[in-house]
Design a protein around this ligand. Structure first.
Ligand code: CAA
Length: 256
């Protein structure tokens, strides 16, 4: 049987492709476990410097597995491993880019928002339709969406379940780039590849520092940024980057 998450490597970029076509890539426990294990393994591998999470042309992911959720008791929901996957994905230090073509709904939209950037096909559709099922988003949707697009707009999407297309998502700041229909994955890998060519330690510090902007008051965020900046000054790569600039040559970063 085919794997529900397929791993691919293009040089220093790891590509995780959700592969559950019969269920529109619904995020079953098996999918989430495999995805977490894969990106965590890549996070420990210095050869992988950026990660792309993708689905197929037709769907990124149609959300949590509704059929499995229908059978889950209230007690099971309270100790549901599903809730443990989101913090695992959010703890990955390697930059993650969601490459979204087709539907990114419910948990699918939350998965894209858990990534650090989103490249969307012009066919992409985002939405938090959980309200139609009698629940609310449980994978960070209310929080991450509100931080990205603001309270009023997040409120509308969460309370109505309305879907938005790639252009509207771009205007709202959810999406970094909109790519042509056949080019969405290459566009995401291209962005990942640019990041993969930057000094890996500085990239990790930069990710950590930007994420702190959402999570801390300004003063604490600035203190954290200063410490991370100081750490970057202790790396060999910064000497290489500065020397290469002065010597007018391309830098050769080693991740040290
Ligand atoms: N979970 C389980 N199965 C799903 C699914 C899901 N989220 N989405 C689709 N499927 C299954 C369908 O049940 C159907 O299976 P059968 O062939 O056995 O009937 C199969 O995938 C194909 O689905 P459709 O016929 O509906 O396909 P479509 O192309 O016409 O429509 C779609 C695609 C718009 C994505 C539609 O399937 C849909 O609306 N899916 C549900 C979206 C949704 O409500 N997501 C939120 C889930 S809750 C959540 O995510 C909670 C959270 O925050 C963590």
């Amino acid at each position: 049987m085919a794997e529900v998450v397929v791993a691919e490597r293009r040089e220093h970029v790891g590509i995780a492709r959700l592969n559950r076509p019969d269920a529109r890539n619904a995020l079953s426990i098996e999918v989430m476990e495999m995805l977490c294990e894969l990106v965590e393994a890549w996070d420990r591998d210095p050869e992988v410097r950026a990660i792309v999470v993708a689905g197929s042309d037709e769907y990124f992911a149609a959300g949590a597995d509704i059929k499995a959720m229908r059978e889950r008791s209230f007690q099971e929901a309270l100790v549901n491993p599903m809730t443990s996957y989101w913090p695992r994905l959010a703890s990955v230090s390697t930059p993650m880019i969601a490459a979204v073509s087709g539907y990114a709904l419910g948990g699918g939209c939350e998965l894209a928002l858990t990534c650090d950037m989103i490249v969307a096909s012009e066919t992409a559709e985002f939405g938090q339709p959980e309200i139609m099922l009698g629940i609310i988003p449980g994978g960070g949707g209310t929080q991450r969406l509100a931080r990205v697009i603001g309270k009023q707009r997040a409120m509308e999407l969460v309370l109505t379940g309305r879907r938005i297309d790639a252009q509207e998502a771009f205007r709202m700041g959810i999406v970094n780039r909109v790519a042509k229909k056949k080019e969405w994955l290459d566009a995401a890998v291209e962005l990942a590849d640019v990041i993969a060519r930057r000094p890996p330690l500085a990239v990790r510090f930069g990710k950590q520092a930007v994420l702190a902007a959402d999570e801390t008051p300004l003063k604490a965020g600035l203190d954290n940024e200063r410490r991370l900046y100081e750490l970057s000054m202790g790396t060999e790569d910064r000497l290489e980057g500065m020397s290469a600039f002065i010597e007018k040559r391309r830098p050769d970063f080693k991740g040290r």
